[in-house]
Design a protein around this ligand. Sequence first.
Ligand SMILES: Nc1ncnc2c1ncn2[C@@H]1O[C@H](COP(=O)(O)OP(=O)(O)OP(=O)(O)O)[C@@H](O)[C@H]1O
Ligand SMILES: [Mg+2]
Length: 450
Amino acid sequence: MSGARILVVDDDATFRMTTAALLEADGYDVDTASDGQQAADRLKDHQFDLLLVDLRMPGIDGISLVEALRLWGHGVPILMISGFGTVDSAVRALQTGVDDFLLKPVEPDVLSARVADLLERRPQQARVEPTAVGIVGRSAPMRALLERMKRVAVTDTTVLITGETGTGKELVARGVHGLSPRTRKPFVAVNCSALAEGLLESELFGHVRGAFTGAARDRAGVFEAADGGTLFLDEIGTTTAALQSRLLRALQEREITRVGSSTPIRVDVRVIAATNVDLKSLVSDGKFREDLYYRLAVYPLMVPPLRERAIDIPLLVEHSLTQLRTRIPTAGTLTVSPLAMRLLRQYSWPGNVRQLLAALESAAISAGDGGRIEAQHLPDEIREAQDNAHSGARYKAASAPDDERAAIEAALAHTGGTLSRAAELLGMGRTTLWRKMRAYGLSSPTLDET
Ligand SMILES: Nc1ncnc2c1ncn2[C@@H]1O[C@H](COP(=O)(O)OP(=O)(O)OP(=O)(O)O)[C@@H](O)[C@H]1O
Ligand SMILES: [Mg+2]
């Protein structure tokens, strides 16, 4: 991609100059910045196709720069370069949303090749746009999952989707169906835990008249309804032994019999099962048939918990705001404040994406006409978790306090030093704030008694 614009950010002038010369020789248009602040300023006024960022710089370092860019949904590809090459920093950088990582000294040929690679990849990196199947996320684990979905979709293989509650298992199941040649045929979802055993059996396989009391006429089950398409069996771990053996037969023979009948009916159904319990351990406990497990788990898809893909949070937030703007009349110009966004990114989300969407919906309603979600609009547990994490961090000397100190300073400046309003903005109690200010040596504001 000759003519592409590249920004080189490094405090080392020699590196800046040699790298710029090298990249210009490769036909790129190169600009430089000597620290994170300068880079951020350049990015305000100019478009770049790629950023080369040094990890360690005075002031705003490379990771903070990348974090800030990704936080605001900036999708520019980033190649991070570091002289302090530890595995730790590389891993952290990649988690932050860096696309590639190189250690100094950088071989010119290697640099040229990586830069070309990243520029090639660029057109595919459409961001906030959900993928064809409506799954938002560009973190490495989600990209890998999508790749596996695409591979298995074109086959008829049974898929087992695992993951904590609210991670998007059903969305993934619909996605596999949507990407498969069966896409124009039915996708039928059954929650196995929602029906009593007998009812579930008849729901899945149908029944004939007189099969049981109340069976007034013949009825087809979902295996027949989904013929040619996909059958999604949610919470498969809750099924009974009798039902498991019927399912195994259906999968093996590709035929079913309605309850009360012995006439086999051929069905062409792709089965996708999901579970948020560990099926393997149910097998060890004798609660799930091992042979059925292996039938189902031919090609497992693991949906990672949201806390393991925190870089997707801003994208999910943006996606959700777009939806909320159309659904909530007062949410027309809805945005999220930087502090609220930080809290959203740092929370551990035990209820995963579902919990995030619910939190945003409730915050959007609380924000009302203001149109901006502030920390105080977020559900208590999210603000409290932040508070607890930081009181713990004080004793562990984690890197968080720098951030926290800056947040406190900003909140105090914003509220003119009014402690109670600053505390509200930060989502912490007044005493906690007071204690933290003393710990950070921040000057005491006029104590307002409210
Ligand atoms: N990556 C994503 N992009 C957009 N929306 C998502 C994503 N993941 C989940 N969602 C949304 O989050 C909600 C929960 O997802 P889903 O119902 O698929 O979760 P689940 O894993 O099946 O949960 P459970 O185990 O509780 O059944 C849905 O509204 C879904 O559309
Ligand atoms: Mg589900």
